[in-house]
Design a protein. Structure first.
Length: 424
């Protein structure tokens, strides 16, 4: 009976959509609807930029959005769908397979053939599809049956099939700046229909600054944390969002640590010098300070790889293997599980014997090259593949080390100006 009342059904559907929208997480409710509302990625969608021009001219082609979580990839894809007035089909590679893709592409073919209606297929986490699954898109993309927009957090050069990659433009998304995150949070606090504006919240400046910093450029994380903090203060009958409310929402203390400022360098220095001093306890403390303050574990691991060569050096060549393995382990499991791999590596480096002779030798070599320039190679160790080179005495007097006792000769291998120089 209800089908006899189409106007009632339209109203019913709209009410359901409104309810679902209001029940959605804050990050979804606050998604920008137009390019003018979109915050960040100005190098892509700023005035006069290529992607913005393509959207405004409705000349969208298949493309890949590559960037970190919360940088706006899905949001921009939805704006594109709205601006281009196409059928927009959002899928996630985590939950669909080849069968679903073929089903969507077949419908897109019929829509294009019979109704001249174009289809944008947005596939989130496209890197989760294996190469055979990615091949499914090829005939549909080649013939223009679908416009594919794939979003990925992984390098497309390694994760996307070459044939598909060559048919897509790649746009690189960067993490949001702290200023971008502040704007997004402030907008959510003031917006009444879909944001938190009806609650008349105020927020402590230090709370806003802390959240903008600790979100690490991820707008979704920032908004989710703000929503939890809002719920917390409202349940206690308050309106002000304090630093402690933000800390409670993310279960992280606002430790003194500015990832771009002096304290960042103070703490990495403390970690480095604690390892150099063979102090595993201090090493663990400074490592955990960095991790709990939101430092990128890859940055710490890069410093530990350097430490393995600079401070442990040849006293324990395995230290470099341990450090590189720790990076690999972190890349496999991420946080929080990967933090133990960092701790194991840091303590290993702290307890390892130390030898900086290679580091000192390298610095001396660099100094001599800078001061003396490109000194010529002694003729007797030059290569002599041609008769002319042999006539010029290239290779003359060369001593083959394997023909000598202990596989060593008294032959001079240094330039004449550095004869007898000892670095190591």
């Amino acid at each position: 009976m209800i089908n006899e009342y189409p106007h009632f059904m339209d109203l019913f559907d709209k009410n359901i959509q409104q309810y679902e929208k209001k029940a959605a997480p804050l990050a979804d409710r606050m998604r920008p609807k137009t390019l003018n509302d979109f915050i960040g990625q100005s190098e892509l969608v700023g005035k006069g930029k290529v992607l913005r021009q393509m959207i405004e001219d409705d000349t969208i082609s298949s493309m890949l959005f590559w960037g970190p979580p919360g940088s706006g990839k899905t949001t921009l894809a939805k704006i594109i769908a709205k601006e281009s007035k196409t059928t927009f089909v959002p899928l996630s590679a985590v939950s669909v397979g080849k069968k679903k893709v073929i089903e969507v592409c077949t419908k897109a073919y019929n829509d294009l053939k019979f109704y001249q209606k174009r289809t944008i297929l947005f596939l989130d986490e496209i890197h989760r599809f294996n190469k055979a699954q990615q091949d499914t898109f090829l005939p549909f993309v080649e013939k223009g049956i679908i416009t594919l927009i794939g979003a990925t957090t992984e390098n497309p050069s390694f994760e996307i099939n070459n044939a598909l990659l060559s048919r897509c433009q790649v746009f690189v998304f960067n993490t949001h700046s702290e200023e971008d995150i502040r704007k997004i949070l402030s907008q959510a606090l003031s917006e009444s229909e879909w944001g938190l504006g009806t609650f008349n919240h105020t927020i402590e400046p230090k709370a806003l600054d802390f959240l903008a910093n600790v979100a690490d450029g991820d707008a979704r994380t920032a908004l989710s944390t703000l929503e939890l903090a809002s719920q917390s203060v409202r349940s206690s009958g308050k309106k002000k969002i304090t630093l402690s409310a933000i800390e409670g929402a993310i279960q992280k203390r606002a430790l003194l640590y500015d990832k771009k400022g002096e304290e960042h360098y103070n703490i990495i220095s403390a970690l480095h010098k604690s390892m150099r001093n063979s102090d595993p306890d201090a090493t663990l403390y400074w490592l955990e300070r960095m991790l709990q303050s939101g430092e990128d574990p890859r940055y710490i691991l890069r410093r530990m790889i350097r430490f393995a060569s600079e401070d442990v050096g040849l006293a324990d060549p395995n230290a470099l293997t341990v450090a590189v393995s720790a990076l690999s382990a972190y890349e496999c499991v991420g946080l929080p599980e990967g933090s133990l791999a960092l701790a194991e590596c840091a303590v290993y480096l702290a307890k390892a014997p130390k030898d900086n002779s290679l580091y000192v030798a390298e610095k001396q070599v660099q100094k001599d090259i800078k001061e003396k320039g490109a000194l010529p190679v002694p003729k007797h160790i030059r290569n002599s593949p041609t008769k002319l080179m042999k006539d010029l005495d290239y290779g003359k007097g060369y001593k083959y080390a394997h023909d000598f006792k202990n596989k060593k000769t008294d032959m001079q291998c240094m330039p004449d100006e550095l004869k007898g120089k000892k670095y190591f």
